[in-house]
Design a binder for this molecule. Structure first.
Ligand code: TRP
Length: 431
């Protein structure tokens, strides 16, 4: 009985406006993906009035290319095309740490894919500010200041707040509670073996002084994934161990409850290689080798000028190396005229093509990609009230989902479900 009550209140909450009560009927008749459209369609509402449409601004050729090229299953061998994973029950879940504005690497690696995925699946994007605090606790405002910027970036590239639920981790207490419950199912030895954590302990030289919150962040990330019943997680390869660990927790919960409380999730990897920073090292804001999505034409020129090419390629007539050449890595990612790029590469290898010419081409290509994003972003960032509304609305929807999952997990731990009143929820960020 309490399950039914909970479910009804979840639905009620999802459409927590009086007129939307009608929507309950549609819920019973439709699948999870179509129900939003159906309900709003029935009511003659194209989208909630407060969510203005933000059109996809990315050049369509680029989008098409990414959507076709960028899907690969976690195994890395099997190609998972969007069509082949299309079932109504899949839920896409991803997240970003808000430690700065997003950059071109994010655009090629994950943002464009989300724009594509939102048209096919229910999609949640989590602004993981709590996770960002696990290694920024000494400078918390570095995290909180960037939340709104990340939302602006999302919308500027065409993530549609009507199709994608954008929420803030620190305003979803169910995720913190799930983390505490999951911690009982994970050993310190297992966390130490997590390759991502292991690598980060080494590169940051934490040793035994690692903050416990940082050490446990894979468990919190498992709460993020399962808290939304996420089944598809588009991430970079470095995040694969997180999904593996999340699935281990899922299996333990399901065994504990003797039923399938939570679904396991699969990674969707980008088939495109990760974009390097301008200097050829790992792209990272702190290394100052990345360029933001709203870069000015001058910044684009300076960024391209600073790119590492082939140090042995001194004159245009010299034969040059294309591998490890940052300019070509960016052309591969953003120039959709692939035949011409193949031709340019072979001329560069043979000799007879100078860095100046290739860089000039890249400047044009990046300007074409960035200009519409820059324009939208400038418009969006001037309206912070709207951005907060988007986040607030998404977070309220996310609260409904995550607290329902929490109740399911609580029952696996022999804890009573909690009635959640979501009618009047205040959020900890101001409007
Ligand atoms: N750890 C991810 C990163 O650093 C961000 C993240 C937080 C995430 N929660 C998530 C990714 C859940 C996927 C699913 O990029």
């Amino acid at each position: 009985m309490s399950g039914v009550v909970d479910r009804l209140s979840l639905w009620y909450d999802y459409y927590a406006r009086p007129s939307h009560l009608l929507a309950l009927a549609a819920h019973f008749l439709s699948g999870p993906r179509t129900r939003t459209f159906m309900t709003l369609g029935l009511l003659g509402i194209e989208r909630p009035f407060f969510l203005r449409r933000v059109s996809a601004t990315v050049p369509s050729a680029l989008l098409l290319e990414t959507s076709m090229a960028s899907f690969a299953h976690a195994s890395g061998t099997e190609n998972l095309s969007p069509a082949s994973i299309e079932t109504t029950d899949e839920v896409v879940l991803t997240g970003d740490r808000p430690t700065g504005p997003l950059h071109l690497g994010h655009l090629a690696g994950s943002l464009l894919r989300r724009v594509e995925l939102q048209r096919r699946f229910a999609q949640h994007v989590l602004v993981a500010d709590l996770q960002a605090l696990t290694d920024n606790a000494g400078r918390p405002s570095h995290v909180s200041e960037h939340v709104i910027e990340v939302i602006a970036d999302y919308l500027a590239v065409g993530i549609d707040p009507y199709l994608t639920t954008i929420s803030l981790q620190s305003e979803l207490p169910a995720l913190a509670e799930l983390t505490v419950l999951y911690l009982n199912l994970v050993t310190v030895a297992r966390l130490e073996r997590n390759p991502t954590v292991k690598a980060e302990i080494e590169t940051r030289g934490f040793a035994r002084d690692i903050p416990a919150g940082f050490f446990c962040y894979p468990v919190s990330q498992a709460a993020d994934i399962t808290g939304f019943r996420g089944t598809l997680v588009p991430v970079g390869e470095d995040q694969l161990p997180m999904i593996e660990q999340s699935n281990e927790i899922v299996r333990r919960i399901n065994r504990l409850a003797e039923r399938n409380v939570l679904p396991e999730s699969k990674a969707i990897l980008s088939a495109a290689p990760r974009l390097p920073g301008a200097d050829g090292r790992k792209a990272s804001k702190s290394l100052k080798n990345v360029i933001s999505l709203s870069a000015s034409p001058d910044e684009i020129r300076a960024f391209v000028a600073s790119m590492y090419t082939d140090p042995a390629h001194n004159r245009a007539s010299d034969p040059g190396n294309v591998d490890g050449n940052v300019v070509f890595a960016y052309l591969d990612a953003f120039d959709s005229r692939t035949d011409e790029i193949t031709e340019l590469k072979s001329r560069y290898r043979r000799g007879g093509l100078g860095d100046v010419a290739v860089k000039a081409r890249l400047v044009d290509v990046l300007e074409t990609v960035v200009a519409p994003i820059r324009e939208q972003r400038t418009r969006l960032i001037a309206d912070r009230h709207y951005l907060r509304q988007v986040l607030r609305e998404g977070t309220l929807r996310a609260r409904a989902v995550t607290s329902s999952v929490l109740n399911d997990v609580r029952s696996a731990f022999a804890l009573r479900p909690r009635r959640v009143s979501r009618r009047r929820m205040s959020l900890g960020f101001s409007e």
